[in-house]
Ligand binder design. Structure first.
Ligand code: URP
Ligand code: ZN
Ligand code: ZN
Ligand code: ZN
Length: 470
């Protein structure tokens, strides 16, 4: 069915203007004034912003972690994402030592196929750079459309890879157009500090933060950036939380290295003091890297505004408070790390960023959608509103006010880390390839309507252009 969106204000990373959009066969067919088509359904977007669908480059759906499995699967998690204005997620596919990369991807396809309500892609974890793994990477890029690779520098004895693995992954990615992603914390030193804390009987959630100080994030970020420079590769640092890490990214970028960074809404609006809440409530706020001193919030906003950080990922990794987070009741190291944010990423950035004058409307679109599309090989199919692009569109009421709450959210977890927070601006309707997923705030989509996205390789030309035009 054709659709025409009328009377809305189109906002892209570059422009804000009033025009109609004609949608046909899931694509944006035309943009112009007074478009008409007798066969088209007319959608009136008076008073609304018309945004490209959000792209969340960092989710963990249905992922085994910390002795349990994340609460949201590809169905509940993507329904929540859609409610929040996100039309694409890129999820982390875990791998196992000794098994092929292809077998890990098969498992992730099984989890997501027939369940996801929005389009999705995968990043692939690299735990060891064995000969077989390195040999498989080119075909994963070319045949599977999986073009980004994640190396954990922390979570010792679980996910952590060594520097040789990171360096070899960087070199292989460089030769094949892959983008390497890092979780940058010094896992070895964290392991030591953690053991010391437990020895002294320090078991409360706050010790999660105290054993992972910002210096260890800065050190690992700098190390990864320097190895990237040495390998002449490209790097994307996930969930940047603090000045120590931002400084390392900014330094590498000032020297012309292809180093990019993401932060997450939790680090922009919450701080370390939440981890000291009574009655073990601090466990709701356990992320790695941890929430930081509040002074880091301004550092992160400024880094986003000045283009040192490019994207906002939710790092959606949801666990119930009762039954999952409480695995760490007597030992903070057993609290599953992560929190539910896929639904609120878009609204929080709009409300705290645009409405509070910290970033412009066009920067908002850039951070919430366009930059992720460019970095992860989806642009211009995704990430903008232009003729030929997928009709992934959010009709957004910029003045609606609501309070975030676990009572009303759509994520499968029993708490919301932003409980009671007032946000301004709300997605009203959300289209994925021209079909409604959310219509007037109601879910009208179907599990399985999301497609797996085979992504292009990292494109140096696109990145150069977008860095220069910032
Ligand atoms: O605490 C976090 N961030 N959990 C998710 C896994 C990761 O490190 O991204
Ligand atoms: Zn991580
Ligand atoms: Zn993560
Ligand atoms: Zn609903």
């Amino acid at each position: 069915m054709k659709k025409i969106i009328k009377n809305g204000k189109i906002v892209t990373a570059a422009d804000t203007y009033q025009a109609d959009i004609l949608i046909e066969d899931g694509k944006i067919k035309a943009i112009g004034n007074d478009l008409s088509d007798v066969y088209a359904e007319v959608i009136d977007a008076t008073g609304q912003y018309v945004f490209p669908g959000g792209i969340d480059p960092h989710t963990h759906m249905d992922m085994p972690f910390g002795g349990t499995t994340t609460k949201d699967n590809f169905e509940t998690g993507t329904i929540a994402a859609a409610h929040g204005g996100t039309t694409t997620i890129i999820d982390f596919c875990l791998t196992e030592k000794g098994n092929t990369l292809k077998s890990a991807l098969d498992k992730w396809h099984e989890k997501s196929n027939e369940r996801s309500v929005i389009d999705y892609g995968f990043h692939l974890q690299i735990v060891e750079a064995s000969e077989n793994v390195l040999k498989e990477i080119p075909s994963v890029i070319e045949e599977e459309g999986v073009t980004s690779f994640k190396v954990f520098m922390a979570y010792k004895n679980v996910f952590q890879a060594d520097d040789e693995t990171l360096f070899q992954t960087l070199a292989t990615a460089r030769d094949n157009g892959g983008l390497v992603m890092v979780h940058a914390e010094n896992g070895d030193v964290i392991e030591h500090l953690t053991k010391e804390a437990l020895k002294q009987g320090n078991t409360d959630p706050i010790y999660h933060a105290l054993t992972r100080p910002p210096e260890l994030e800065g050190e690992a970020t700098g190390r990864a950036a320097k190895l990237t420079a040495l390998a002449d590769a490209q790097l994307y640092v996930v969930h940047v939380t603090c000045k120590e890490a931002v400084d390392q990214i900014a330094d590498a970028r000032s020297k012309g290295f292809r180093v990019f960074g993401e932060t997450c809404p939790q680090y922009l609006v919450l701080d370390q003091s939440y981890m000291e809440k009574e009655n073990f409530e601090g466990a709701k706020y356990v992320w790695s890297p941890p929430l930081r001193d509040k002074s880091n919030q301004d550092v992160l906003w400024n880094a986003l505004k000045s283009g040192q950080l490019q994207t906002i990922g939710s790092d959606h990794c949801s666990f119930d408070f009762i039954g999952q987070k409480d695995l760490g009741k007597d030992d903070f190291t057993k609290i599953p790390n992560g929190g539910p944010f896929v639904e609120d990423r878009f609204s929080v950035l709009f409300s705290e960023g645009v409405k509070k004058g910290r970033i412009s409307l066009n920067q908002f679109v850039d951070m919430i959608s366009t930059q992720a599309a460019k970095l992860f090989g989806l642009f211009p199919q995704k990430g903008t509103i232009a003729p030929g692009s997928d009709a992934d569109i959010v009709l957004f009421d910029p003045d609606a006010e609501r309070y975030i709450s676990a009572e009303t959210h759509h994520m499968a977890v029993d708490y919301n880390a932003l409980e009671g927070m007032k946000v301004t601006g709300e997605p009203v309707s959300v289209l994925s390839r021209g079909e409604y997923v959310i219509k007037d705030k109601q879910f009208v989509g179907k599990p399985g309507m999301g497609n797996f996205l085979k992504r292009s390789t990292f494109n140096k030309a696109i990145q150069k252009e977008s860095v220069v035009t910032k």
